[in-house]
Design a protein around this ligand. Structure first.
Ligand SMILES: [Zn+2]
Length: 293
């Protein structure tokens, strides 16, 4: 569930903590988590240039262009341990050990007192889709398939001009179309733009398209501002406290007060306000109708 705002803010905190430091050791706690064949030992001698983000990937940059990626997927969480622990909590996938830069802590560093810190990647549930990659210089690995960033000019142009006939909710979650948005901010952006989750991009007039661009930017910027007040990594079981409507099915719409509705799918649910987004129309919940037959 971590999406662009969560991953961007944690990248900024890790950058403050680890820039100029070194990766010193990796404890693989689950055999499926490493997705590449390049051994992490090749990174140990190289200073960390910085920690950034692309889509929902955390990108550790090393001197010489080597990179290490971490992806949380749906249930992935990150614990920053200062000092490092040796415990193996449920769902543990990998623990990365770092030494910090000798220059001392930077501003905003969440682990200012420890010389050595660790980052534990673990995953709730049983999916085991979270993982990490070690990339040689020039290799983009799984980032090669990513579309433009959600707040980029390129994606703005796509939203303003493309004749895409998929539901907007679907295209927003397709990382090949746009990188960084998942089901949470897709719900919030459509609610903010007062658009039906079943609307297609092709059906929107220029004003509605502009409203969608503005809504996506506002929702992501607001969430990022909130995420920047979080400390540590992303260890909390629930990360979505900052959603406007996602996960708030059954509660009053923050705009009009009507009860928020939802449509359930196998893997996710879509939350919307019928009054604000669908002209009062209640969207068919196929899963529910199947159950009632
Ligand atoms: Zn409403």
């Amino acid at each position: 569930m971590p999406e662009l705002p969560e991953m961007q803010a944690v990248a900024e905190r890790l950058d403050a903590a680890l820039r100029g430091g070194h990766l010193t050791r990796v404890d693989a706690l689950h055999f499926t988590a490493l997705k590449t064949v390049v051994p992490p030992e090749s990174l140990f001698a190289l200073p960390i240039d910085g920690v950034g983000r692309r889509g929902k990937y955390l990108v550790f940059g090393f001197e010489g262009g080597h990179r290490m990626l971490v992806h949380c997927s749906q249930g992935g969480r990150l614990d920053l341990e200062a000092p490092p622990k040796t415990t193996k909590p449920r769902g543990s996938l990998v623990r990365f050990f770092f030494t910090r830069a000798p220059a001392g802590p930077a501003d905003g560093d969440p682990s200012a007192d420890a010389a050595e810190v660790a980052l534990l990647l673990r995953e709730y549930g049983t999916e085991r889709k979270a993982g990490w990659w070690v990339l040689a210089p020039g290799d983009d690995g799984p980032m090669e398939r990513l579309g433009p960033e959600a707040t980029s000019e390129e994606f703005e142009q796509f939203l303003l001009t493309a004749d895409d006939r998929r539901r907007i909710h679907t295209l927003l979650r397709d990382q090949r179309t746009v990188a960084g948005i998942g089901r949470g901010y897709a719900d919030d952006a459509l609610w903010t733009a007062e658009l039906s989750p079943y609307a297609t991009l092709a059906s929107l007039n220029p004003e509605r398209r502009r409203a969608l661009v503005d809504a996506i930017r506002a929702v992501l910027a607001g969430a990022l501002e909130g995420e920047r007040t979080r400390t540590g990594a992303l260890g909390e079981a629930k990360l979505g406290q900052r959603f406007l409507v996602h996960g708030h099915y059954g509660e009053p719409c923050p705009r009009c007060g009507e009860t928020l509705r939802h449509v359930s799918y196998e893997s996710h649910e879509v939350v919307y306000c019928a009054h604000c987004q669908t002209g009062g129309k209640v969207l068919a919940d196929r899963r529910m109708s199947r159950l009632l037959k």
